[in-house]
Design a protein around this ligand. Structure first.
Ligand code: SF4
Length: 629
């Protein structure tokens, strides 16, 4: 049976190009993605960490995925422990097992993989001979607490900085306990849960986080990657007219996370993905990605085009990954360069207020992507609550510009259950979709065909480190009623094909995203009970409503406040108050002097030591064994 699994892995490797296998490295890292191969290989953060680790000469990094159904049957039948993809080595034999977790919905998969690897699942049960278990990725630093008890160290911030630093410390301190203390002493970037004692009030809320001793910081700062430690990003330099700095930024190579392995069997595996910017200036109050990647930063066009050119022989499909593609100050140069190379361009998301004719033309020309836009709601008032400053009229006009180019199908991302939402707001959602559909049919007459409007409904989940973090999720029964009502009324409209997330899934997400350390017991139990979360809740006696369905007071210590994201409490509370009176706030100005939200003075420009704030961490001697195809 073990042979069968190894054979399946060898077949995957045979279909790929660019993977690495180093023999005799001093530090072996198993980089785990808590989902199937096809999904993990579409994740840019996972590709980036594989490249970052393998660039370091002393490191050999191999990939590990959640086995698919057939592989899982083979593992269970053979009672073998989980293997890495490259060398089919048992995961428990690596020095480090590092999970890259982008979504809290993958926590159960992470626990299943730990179980399958034979490594003791709880950190307290592991000894000096067991591998060091590291968690990184957006979900783990947004709120590390639900996974804290599984973990030896959690990466708080961005991998370009943290990966090389982690390796340095581990090479310097072979003793695990010493290494953990050395990491904790940074005060920024590494959270070692075992060095903090958490106490709770009688009402169940967090009372305090007590560091083990004076050398361990009270809170763990977020490590932020930047292109230029002194002057900030290219965007800032261009805005301020500092041509010399802008030129310097353009000419110095920046690490641009991109596809590092050609994996045609994976979702989007035949497309070259590259991150062109990080963070979004708008400050939409529901959006964790916006706030937790402030300040917005960009990769210079020069580096994007150089990498694209290197991959052009392999593919004509390119995906630009960013939360705000058109915010890039050199977007025009990037699009022109890619079109000159005859790339078919797609983008990870389109921010409605920023869609330019040039970008739309490029997307239409590539005919490679269904256009997806995010009005979020059908109510202009609710859009002010979430600080998305667009009106229904503007949204219909923008969709019209898409239809007039002959792209007659659009997907609309919409949320149900936003704070202060009423039935009138939901009725406006139906009207908005109807108006967009009418505009599509009008354009369709000119092309002699009709398209489709695809509303995709999600239940709103309040996320940590956003201004709506103090709000409860809409009651599950009420959320289901609202989703059902909207679905029913949208389904009646011709040329509309509605898709909806279930209210139950939204509540599960809310539990995992806003839980404290005690939620780890639910994760462990549910993973052991074949993913049955309800059974896990019953077994542990944990009431999910405590985490999901109560408004939190400003006095409460929030479980995720062990992480100092740089966002000041004062700013976040103001934003929360403004949300509830439907008052909008201007976007992040991305200028040097700004102190508004607290991120720049605390995480970037002022106190952070230089080796924490450059995008590459520091220059890394590239290992010759590592070559990207
Ligand atoms: S301090 Fe100002 S410029 Fe910096 S991220 Fe916050 S709002 Fe943006």
């Amino acid at each position: 049976m073990k042979q069968k699994i190894a054979e399946s892995y060898r077949q995957k490797l045979a279909s790929e190009e660019g993977w690495v296998l180093k023999r005799g490295a001093s530090l072996r890292i198993a980089l785990c993605y808590p989902n199937f191969y096809g999904i993990g290989m579409a994740n840019l953060g996972f590709h980036a960490m594989y490249e970052i680790f393998n660039r370091i000469p002393e490191v050999s990094c191999e990939r590990v995925f959640l086995p698919d159904d057939s592989e899982m049957r083979d593992y269970e039948a053979s009672r073998k422990s989980l293997l890495s993809l490259e060398s089919q080595t048992p995961v428990r034999d690596f020095d480090v097992v590092a999970f890259s977790i982008s979504f809290e919905t993958d926590y159960l998969n992470m626990a299943r993989m730990l179980r399958l690897s034979g490594v003791p699942i709880w950190a307290k049960d592991r000894g000096p001979r067991d591998p060091l278990i590291v968690m990184g990725g957006a979900a783990s630093f947004l709120n590390p607490e639900p996974i804290a008890d599984f973990t030896d160290v959690i990466g708080v911030g961005e991998g370009e900085i943290l990966g090389p630093q982690l390796v340095d410390v581990l090479l310097e301190h072979p003793d695990k306990t010493e290494a953990l203390r050395a990491l904790a002493k940074f005060g920024r970037g590494f959270y070692v849960p075992s060095l903090y004692d958490v106490t709770y009030n009688d009402d169940g809320t967090v009372k305090a986080y007590e560091p083990a001793d004076a050398a361990v910081s009270k809170r763990v700062g977020r490590a932020v990657a930047a292109e230029n430690p002194k002057e900030g990003s290219l965007r800032r330099a261009i805005r301020r007219g500092e041509t010399e700095i802008a030129e310097q930024l353009r000419t110095e190579e920046v690490f641009a996370p991109s596809t590092s392995i050609w994996a045609p069997q994976a979702e989007m595996g035949k497309r070259f993905l590259i991150e062109i910017s990080r963070g979004c200036s708008q400050g939409c109050r529901f959006c964790w990605a916006g706030f937790n990647y402030w300040p917005p930063r960009v990769v210079p066009a020069r580096d994007i085009l150089a990498k694209a050119q290197a991959w052009r022989g392999k593919t004509d499909k390119i995906g630009l990954v960013s939360t705000a593609v058109c915010d890039h100050p050199e977007i025009s140069e990037i699009l022109q360069g890619l079109r000159a190379m005859e790339f078919r361009i797609s983008v990870s998301s389109l921010r409605l207020d920023q869609i330019s004719d040039e970008l739309l033309d490029a997307l239409v020309e590539s005919r490679d992507q269904q256009i997806a836009v995010a009005p979020e709601t059908g109510s202009d008032r609710l859009r002010k609550v979430i600080n998305k400053n667009l009106t229904n009229d503007e949204i219909v006009d923008i969709c019209g510009a898409v239809f007039d180019r002959g792209m007659l199908t659009v997907k609309l991302y919409l949320m149900v259950g936003l704070p202060t939402e009423t039935d009138e707001d939901l009725a406006e959602m139906i009207v908005l979709v109807e108006r967009i559909k009418d505009r599509m049919l009008e354009a369709g007459q000119r092309f002699g065909r009709a398209g489709k409007i695809i509303p995709s409904l999600n239940g709103f989940v309040p996320k940590p480190n956003t201004p709506l973090q103090w709000d409860a999720i809409c009651d599950e029964r009420e959320l289901k009623r609202r989703l059902k009502w909207v679905c029913k009324n949208l389904a009646r409209i011709p040329n509309v094909e509605v898709r909806s997330m279930s209210g139950r899934i939204a509540h599960e997400q809310a539990l995992f995203s806003s839980g404290d350390r005690r939620v780890a017991k639910v994760i462990e139990a549910a993973a052991r009970l074949n993913g049955d979360l309800r059974a896990g809740l019953r077994e542990t006696g944990i009431d999910p409503a405590f985490y999901t369905s109560r408004d939190r007071s400003y006095e409460e210590i929030l479980p995720w406040e062990i992480v100092d994201s740089g966002l000041s409490r004062e700013f976040m509370q103001q934003e929360h108050e403004r949300a509830h009176i439907a008052k909008s706030t201007a976007p992040c100005p991305s200028v040097n002097e700004c102190t508004r939200c607290g991120v720049c003075p605390t995480t970037w420009l002022a106190t952070a030591p230089a080796n924490l704030i450059q995008l590459q961490g520091r220059s890394i001697a590239v290992d010759r064994a590592f070559a990207i195809a």
